[in-house]
Design a binder for this molecule. Structure first.
Ligand code: HEC
Length: 140
């Protein structure tokens, strides 16, 4: 009986560490992101346009979206690598997601010639965004 539980524990451990390892992405730049720049990318309707779908109390913009979950307190739930993973290409977690893949060039359909091979955001933009969202540790 004890053996069975040990076996079960090992299986659970293997599975959980795999799911954790799978949703993390290492930093895209060597310099750390700048949260003040990240705020601009977050609010910018021509760049991240995160506000189209997300609410975030620290953003000063008045019109905020409700299609995605609120990002308040996001850093109490996800670490920097997990937040980055979702910004780079959230469809790796949910193939049906509405969230655009901000740092992916492969597998995109119907891309205009001028945007071929280009990502929506630069590596620096992504790092700045992560820094901005991770600052939000207090759950607000
Ligand atoms: C078109 C809508 C849309 C846009 C634009 C969008 N997202 Fe999302 N986002 C979503 C949805 C919907 C989810 C919920 C998860 C899913 O769909 O898989 C999500 C999930 C997330 C999550 C995980 C939240 C959690 O609680 O687990 C983060 C972090 C995130 N988005 C950040 C961003 C950032 C940063 C931007 C801008 C660069 C952005 N999103 C732009 C729709 C969007």
């Amino acid at each position: 009986m004890i053996r069975f539980f040990v076996f079960l524990a090992v299986i659970l451990l293997v599975f959980s560490s795999e799911t954790f390892a799978d949703d993390r992405e290492k930093a895209l730049t060597t310099e750390p992101g700048r949260s003040s720049e990240g705020k601009k990318v977050f609010n910018d309707r021509d760049k991240g346009h995160c506000l189209l779908c997300h609410r975030f109390s620290r953003s000063d913009e008045s019109f905020q979206g409700t299609i995605g979950p609120s990002l308040d307190g996001i850093a109490t739930k996800l670490d920097a690598q997990q937040i980055r993973y979702r910004i780079v290409d959230n469809s790796r977690l949910n193939s049906q997601t509405l969230m655009p893949a901000y740092f992916r060039t492969e597998g995109l359909v119907q891309v205009a010639a001028e945007f071929k091979g280009k990502t929506v955001l630069s590596a620096q933009d992504v790092e700045d965004l992560v820094a901005y969202l991770v600052l939000d540790r207090k759950g607000r």
